[in-house]
Ligand binder design. Structure first.
Ligand SMILES: [Zn+2]
Length: 321
């Protein structure tokens, strides 16, 4: 029996999935804590150890591993090289090459986590009926991944699809990590929504349940918006409007069949997609595709499913540079 492993490496934990190579069915998923000691050098050996334990428990050998795919939280070039990954303390590091030392006969690839999650939604999730799509993840930050005719769009520096740093928002957003102001990340991320809500509460006198909560989250803001809290509605429409404008730019650039919205914030469902669409259509006149903003389906599993898909067949999914 040949197995595939999909690994989603995060700064806090590492998610692993074992898949049947033939059916692509998920056999087991589990997670371990990310060991960031020694400049993240322990991460790949830890993952290798987990895979070896799985093989041992299931009476499999190294020869049964068809492929190991990995999603990394930072830019990864076409050769799998990671120039800088601040979350894992990696500098000029090639995680795939490192993994090959443990599994020299397996097909091993690494990609940026948003790109890998986009591939996951493309093969098994909301994008499976389409050829061209963009995944936008609204979590602590905003990530993006583009699939064009079945391949991942990488770009010269691995930065294609970085919608989080399109600066179409108001400049009063404060400084983004990238050094600019007004980035989508400053509004449409969970942290961005909370920051904007606090600003709206400070500048307006209206009644809001959120005033009674000391540490509200983006989820609280969305819940209050759903109940009709006018200040929360204002916040959601403002923040998602910034994203809608940025998406119109991407639509003009490569005209995807669908935009798939994922990440924790997308849990608010139609509240989010309707607010995005409202501003998107104001900025994209050429055609009106009413249903092309849809919700992701795989949740936290998109990363492991996409990472496994990356190595499901040598050369099946490539990169467009
Ligand atoms: Zn930025």
């Amino acid at each position: 029996m040949k197995v595939l492993f999909g690994v989603d490496v995060g700064g806090t934990d590492i998610k692993l999935g074992a898949f049947d190579w033939k059916s692509q069915k998920l056999l087991k998923k589990w997670a371990i804590k990310t060991d960031l000691s020694n400049e993240g050098k322990q991460i790949i050996p830890d993952v290798a150890k987990e895979i070896q334990s799985y093989l041992c428990e299931n009476a499999l050998s190294e020869a049964d591993v068809y492929g190991i795919g990995m999603g990394i939280p930072g830019p990864v070039d076409k050769d799998g090289n990671v120039e800088v990954c601040v979350n894992l303390f990696w500098n000029n590091f090639n995680p795939a090459e490192e993994m090959r030392k443990f599994f020299p006969h397996a097909y091993i690839q690494a990609g940026n986590d948003a790109n890998v999650a986009a591939l996951g939604e493309f093969v098994q999730g909301a994008g499976r009926k389409y050829k061209t799509m963009m995944l936008i993840t609204l979590g602590t930050g905003v990530g993006g991944g583009i699939i064009l005719n079945g391949d991942i769009v990488l770009g010269a520096s691995g930065l294609a699809g970085e919608i989080g740093h399109i600066a179409v928002g108001s400049k009063d957003s404060g400084n983004c990590n990238c050094g600019n102001c007004g980035c989508v990340d400053q509004f449409a991320s969970a942290t961005g929504i909370v920051r904007r809500m606090k600003k709206i509460l400070a500048e307006n006198e209206g009644v809001s349940q959120l005033r009674k909560m000391r540490d509200f989250t983006a989820k609280d803001v969305c819940e209050q918006a759903k109940k009709g809290d006018p200040l929360a509605v204002k916040c959601v429409e403002f923040c998602m409007g910034v994203l809608g404008r940025a998406m119109a730019i991407f639509a003009h650039a490569f005209d995807p069949e669908v935009f798939v919205i994922g990440g924790g914030v997308s849990g608010a469902g139609a509240l989010i997609t309707n607010a995005i669409y409202k501003e998107y259509k104001k900025n994209f006149f050429l055609t009106d595709k009413k249903n092309n903003i849809i919700l992701a389906e795989l949740g936290n599993d998109a990363g492991i499913i996409g990472a496994a898909a990356l190595v499901s067949e040598e050369g099946k999914f490539g990169y467009i540079i």
